[in-house]
Write a protein that binds this ligand. Structure first.
Ligand code: SDX
Length: 431
């Protein structure tokens, strides 16, 4: 649509403006409104960004109506089935699938940076043992800027790359240590010769007095969870990272802001909320009560793991995780797991209810991921931590794209509806 425009007419003045329409590779075109305020003296208002694109990006594409998710053009179901998380990290960072030598070099660099500065481990002792691991993650990721000074000049591409490697490599170690601290077990150092996900699971579950082993089926399911959570276009936490990074804050500070945003139950905290909800529902005969509550406009209860701002179809990630949940539970001999059966029943009831059908509320990525993690032995309060470890590659790539694109600081405007200008009244003259 080269040269196509949208004409806007201000009926108050009769003034019209031709705004350029820009079309991407996939998805809806955009109308460029950068001149709008200058020409009309009007701001546009879109509080939830329902109709607003914040940037151009080459990384991830979502078609919410068709339930399509592409990382650098590759469909998520193909990557989840055939790729590895580190290969997806390479793809998201450099835009192409790696050759074997390139992938081996990339994997070696990442796995050789998995250790933390030993002094960082002292921070854990400052937290209460019962601190939520996400509270620790927020602090520890931000604290990386207190230790890795030599890669903080974001104008230098090499510094951006080194920071990216450090974040990809060290977040699993930080996450596993936050779990070990919360259960009073000793930290487990990374083992570079293991795969990225296996190394993470070993740091979570290894104890000094026993050998660590885990079924390859469970490791693969965790790898798929990492792949599926790696990036997701301009979601709330990614937009937070872009906005924080646009002030030229260092990458560790920007990513720490993303961790904070992800924590919310409307976003990445939903996987933890799904398990809590399923445990609260407890049995299939109580599902109807909760469906009714979810539909009641006067009840703040929402069916966690359902609905999505973009997907108005089945979240393709949920479909893959539902299959992985079956495989994990079969591997563990728990095909009759009551929570999984309750989830299946809840999905079936919701999917046949007019409210959910009309509002296009389908299971999202969070609905089944917690069931898999719980079956593997990961506690509920670690689910969002794991989401943040997986999403860190997406945040990093989106941050790198924003920084190298030399975008100016993000600074939205507002519609002011507060008090008009008025003069100060001294205390003795107030009623
Ligand atoms: C993630 O953006 C991303 O890409 C996020 C993510 C990623 O990978 O980064 O995909 C990860 O955050 C997945 C979403 C996890 N959150 C949950 O599962 C929490 C439960 N879901 C809802 O809170 C909600 O669906 C949102 C927040 C996910 C989306 O909300 P929207 O797009 O703002 O939709 P909405 O709140 O305007 O809802 C539209 C209607 C409303 O009813 P009406 O006001 O029109 O009468 O649907 C209703 C809502 O009340 N609704 C629900 C519901 N979700 C929406 N009703 C009951 N249960 C729900 N879960």
């Amino acid at each position: 649509m080269a040269g196509e425009t949208l004409t806007i007419i201000d009926n108050r003045t009769g003034k019209s403006l031709e705004l350029p329409i820009q079309k991407g590779t996939e998805g809806p075109p955009v109308v460029d409104i950068t001149k709008f305020y200058k020409e009309f003296g009007l701001f546009t208002l879109d509080p939830g960004f329902l109709s607003t694109a914040s940037c151009k990006s080459t990384i991830t594409f979502i078609d919410g109506d068709e339930g399509i998710l592409l990382y650098r053009g590759y469909p998520i179901d193909q990557l989840a089935e055939k790729s590895s998380f580190l290969e997806v990290c390479y793809l998201l960072m450099w835009g192409e699938l790696p050759t074997r030598p390139k992938f081996e070099e990339f994997s070696k660099i990442v796995m050789e940076h998995t250790m933390l500065h030993e002094q960082m481990l002292n921070f854990y002792k400052g937290y209460r043992r019962d601190a939520h691991p996400m509270a620790i993650m927020v602090g520890m990721v931000g604290a990386m800027s207190a230790f890795y000074h030599d890669s903080l000049d974001i104008q230098i591409p090499r510094h951006r790359e080194v920071s990216a490697f450090r974040l990809i490599a060290k977040l699993p170690t930080i996450a596993a240590a936050s779990y070990k601290y919360s259960i009073g077990q000793p930290f487990v150092y990374p083992k570079n010769e293991l795969g990225y996900v296996e190394n993470f699971l070993r740091m979570l579950f290894k104890v000094p007095c026993a050998k660590f082993t885990m079924s390859p089926v469970l490791v693969r399911a965790m790898e798929q969870i990492f792949i599926l959570h790696a990036d997701h276009e301009q979601n709330a936490s990614t937009s937070t990272v872009r906005l924080a990074g646009s002030s030229m804050a260092n990458p560790f500070a920007a990513i720490s802001a993303g961790v904070s945003c992800l924590w919310g139950p409307a976003h990445g905290g939903a996987n933890e909320a799904v398990l809590n909800m399923l445990n609260e529902i407890g049995s299939v005969d109580r599902v109807g009560e909760y469906i009714r509550r979810a539909k009641d406009p006067n009840d703040s209860f929402r069916l966690m793991g359902f609905g999505h701002r973009v997907y108005k179809n089945y979240d393709p990630r949920a479909r893959i995780l539902k299959k992985a949940a079956h495989e994990v539970l079969a591997e563990l001999g728990r095909e009759d797991d009551p929570i999984f059966k309750l989830a299946l029943e809840l999905e079936q009831i919701a999917q046949s209810d007019d409210y959910f059908v009309e509002k296009k509320l389908y299971p999202n990525v969070d609905f089944y991921s917690g069931i898999i993690q719980s079956a593997i032995g990961i506690p509920t309060n670690m689910f969002t931590v794991i989401f943040s470890v997986a999403r860190s590659i997406g945040w990093i790539c989106q941050w790198m794209e924003m920084i190298s694109g030399k975008e100016s600081i993000g600074r939205p405007r507002q519609l002011y509806v507060g008090a008009p200008q008025r003069d100060y009244v001294p205390l003795h003259r107030r009623p």
